[in-house]
Design a protein around this ligand. Structure first.
Ligand code: URA
Length: 436
């Protein structure tokens, strides 16, 4: 088999066999095939696409490219959750303890933020003392003891995805349905959960910008999960504007704590309620999503979800006082700047991507993997799409310490917001459910 022939086959619109897929994945992981040939292959896939069977085969080959975790020693049905990435997306901080409080074991591996999107690991590191690195032994022991552990990617899980993702990032081949689906599902399969809930984001702040593509991505991921015996459900949710009000690590932890207390922004509460309800069904704690929603409400109202969050923070070395008194214990930026509306009317646009990029310029995110982030920095919105606003009213607060990019961040933020004279409908947060 020659790499040249495999590239040419896809360039000319052909279909890969399983043998060809395993050949290039294995060869790339073992450094036998160079980046320039895989780059050409990725571009051919980008333009020619892959069908469902090829996508399943690619996912299986990527999942098998390294270690695969076995969670069989954990009693009960393990349920994992993955978001395709967005701005202000702190749902994992809310639903992981919530679902664990119901008795479903949660053994979760999460990532860091890159570019305009945030990552759960960075957010948790805003809690003083919180350890996001655990050995496999510590990770399993925690899940068995308190029913919850969350760590960065440990071990050598899906190394093919690590290499391919880095290459896609610099060859403009990220936003392809088959490549996103195989990237996400290979990691989920390798990390061992029995059942999987996917939160597929759609809109300006997401990789996928329209509903048709979002449905296609959700449906192929659900098919892949089910094909390998991991029952999978996807929820499609809005990422046209940031989720909730807070964007930035410590700011988002504060908002997640409010939400666990039954407060918090309406869109975030609603999405967390739906995602957690589906997880309760997947974990066989609820008969249907209606019962799941009732259980979610009860776990929040009784304080059980909040207590589980506190136990989880303490177990991973974090200061539990951060949960009781986030205002004083979480890092706070030294400077706050209020952004005011230039005219009155109704908010018709707050581009999630632009807000994410502005927050990144304030220090809340990294442009490259080597950048250090300011955990206290970010943006707190005061308005969402559909809200009425008066001229001169506060629409957002910038929290920052670093001043070098403030002007650029402000210009970008202002361009991202549009105000019109006519009333504007509020956006729907949950857009669709994909079961097969
Ligand atoms: N998240 C991933 O893990 N992979 C992708 O390709 C896109 C989002």
């Amino acid at each position: 088999m020659r790499m040249y022939d495999i590239i040419k086959k896809k360039r000319d619109g052909g279909r890969f066999t399983g043998q060809e897929i395993r050949y290039f994945i294995d060869g790339y992981v073992k450094d036998r095939i160079p980046d320039y040939q895989i780059s050409a292959l990725l571009m051919a896939i980008y333009f020619r696409g892959m069908d469902e069977e090829e996508t399943v085969l690619l996912t299986e080959a990527m999942a098998a490219s390294g270690e695969q975790l076995c969670l069989a020693e954990i009693p009960g049905i393990t349920v994992d959750k993955h978001s395709t990435g967005g701005v202000g997306d702190k749902t994992s901080l809310v639903i992981v303890p919530l679902v664990a409080a119901s008795g479903i074991p949660v053994a979760k591996m999460s990532g860091r933020g890159l570019g305009h999107t945030g990552g759960t690991i960075d957010k948790l590191e805003a809690i003083p003392g919180f350890k996001t690195e655990m050995t496999m032994k510590e990770f399993m022991r925690s899940v068995k003891r308190i029913g919850i552990a969350l760590t960065g990617q440990t071990g050598n899980l899906a190394p093919a995805d690590k290499k391919l993702y880095a290459l896609r990032d610099v060859t403009a081949t990220v936003d392809n349905v088959s490549l996103i689906a195989s990237s996400i599902m290979s990691k989920k399969i390798a990390s061992g959960a029995g059942r999987i809930l996917l939160d597929v984001k759609v809109g300006s702040g997401a990789f996928i910008k329209d509903m048709e593509q979002a449905r296609k991505l959700a449906s192929i991921m659900v098919k892949i999960g089910n094909a390998v015996g991991r029952k999978t459900v996807a929820v499609i949710s809005d990422m046209e504007q940031p989720l909730g009000y807070a964007v930035g690590n410590a700011l988002e932890v504060r908002e997640a704590i409010d939400t666990l207390k039954g407060q918090g922004p309406e869109d975030l509460r609603q999405l967390c309620r739906e995602l957690a309800a589906v997880m309760l069904v997947l974990g066989e704690k609820a008969a249907d999503t209606e019962q799941g929603r009732e259980m979610v409400d009860a776990l929040i109202a009784s304080g059980k979800a909040m207590n589980k969050f506190k136990e989880f923070v303490e177990n991973q070395g974090g200061n539990p006082m951060a949960v009781e008194d986030p205002e004083h214990i979480l890092p706070r930026a030294g400077k706050i700047y209020e952004v005011k509306a230039s005219s009155g009317g109704y908010i018709s646009r707050i581009s999630a991507e632009a807000v994410g990029r502005s927050a990144m310029m304030l220090g809340a995110g990294r442009a490259t993997k080597e950048d250090t982030i300011d955990l206290s920095a970010g943006i707190v919105l005061n308005k969402k799409i559909g809200d009425a606003v008066e001229k001169g009213e506060k629409i957002a607060c910038f929290h920052y310490n670093r001043t070098e990019n403030i002007r650029e961040a402000l210009d970008l933020f202002k361009q991202s917001v549009e105000i019109c004279e006519q009333p504007v409908e509020k956006r729907e947060t949950v857009k669709d459910y994909i079961y097969k």
